[in-house]
Design a protein around this ligand. Structure first.
Ligand code: 13P
Ligand code: SF4
Length: 304
């Protein structure tokens, strides 16, 4: 089967079988084309809470599929590729965060959604990159522990200076690779281009950016901007998708190394196999863990 035939079959079968395909914007373009909804983590969480279909295939990484299951426990939820995990989600262990809570009694714990379901059970509210500033600002508590991304946490701290935020020393291994050297070199090569970056980038990079925001934020900014050239400081698929959306504009990767291999694991064949044979991994969560973890996801949707 060629790509086009496989896509047509997936689109025909998902309708026939009442299956909804959600795809994070870092997915391959051929996956984006068969998805019912695409977007950043926050947009996908909102969609997951609303979709009617009985089965959802989450094309992304494990914490995203688990978030869908937390929001829709009655649905069958599949992770598109069994090994697709976010390494940052493994960084904050229950022990490490419990120790921080002990050291800072009375502090509220804000967990980036890129965390395990188990960790979410001891946190107060989840945030995504697009909702973090708003949620932290809206929280009644002044004293906050932010886990695990030190770069997103630093960015939030700058935007919400009235809060007292303690950071955890974690981060995204993909965005951590981006440097001020890359940013300056690319700006020199493309002097007319705007630099758009994700808040998971180190501060030395966000400091040089013309815009900092989530994957959907970056795409929206590029679509709506009058500028014609952009340097993209996040997973390189975003630049590829933008070329289709705005063919008259030019997009340059901030670094050719900004590739999330976990996000790129999912293939069309994986999606086809889940639809036709139910292979792939169905997300099953321990009910007690799920109930406790849902509290901070619900709180995220309420405050965000
Ligand atoms: P978004 O919130 O922009 O979807 O980011 C998720 C993510 O994992 C970025 O690396
Ligand atoms: Fe995780 Fe980074 Fe990949 Fe996002 S880009 S899924 S934070 S490893």
């Amino acid at each position: 089967m060629d790509i086009r035939t496989l896509q047509d079959e997936i689109i025909r079968l998902k309708k026939e079988k009442d299956i909804c395909i959600l795809a994070h914007s870092y997915q391959k373009h051929e996956i984006i084309e068969v998805a019912d909804f695409t977007g950043d983590s926050f947009m996908l969480s909102r969609k997951a809470a609303d979709v009617d279909a009985k089965t959802v295939i989450m094309c992304g990484v494990r914490f995203m599929a688990e978030t869908v299951k937390l929001l829709s426990p009655e649905k069958k939820v599949f992770l598109s590729a069994r090994d697709a995990d976010c390494p940052m989600a493994q960084q904050a262990s229950i022990n490490a965060v419990s120790a921080l809570k002990k050291k800072h009694p009375g502090y509220a714990v804000v967990a980036y959604i890129n965390t395990t379901t188990k960790l979410k059970t001891i946190c107060d509210v989840c945030v995504t990159s697009s909702s973090a500033v708003k949620i932290v600002r809206n929280m009644p508590q002044k004293d906050i522990i932010f886990v695990p991304d030190i770069n997103l946490g630093t960015y939030v701290k700058e935007q919400v200076p009235e809060k007292n935020i303690v950071l955890f020393n974690g981060g995204c291994p993909v965005h951590q690779r981006l440097t001020a050297f890359d940013a300056k070199r690319m700006k020199q090569l493309h002097p007319g281009a705007l630099l758009l970056v994700h808040p998971e980038c180190p501060k030395e990079v966000t400091d040089l950016a013309d815009y900092t925001g989530s994957t959907s934020g970056i795409m929206k900014f590029a679509e709506e901007s009058d500028a014609k050239e952009f340097i993209i400081g996040t997973e390189n698929r975003i630049g590829e998708h933008l070329r289709y959306i705005c063919p008259e504009k030019r997009f340059y990767p901030l670094s050719k190394d900004c590739v999330c291999h976990n996000m790129q694991l999912t293939t069309l064949a994986d999606v086809y196999d889940i639809i036709t044979s139910g292979s792939g991994e169905e997300i099953v969560l321990d009910p007690d863990t799920a109930e406790k973890a849902s509290v901070c996801i619900d709180e995220m949707l309420r405050l965000g």
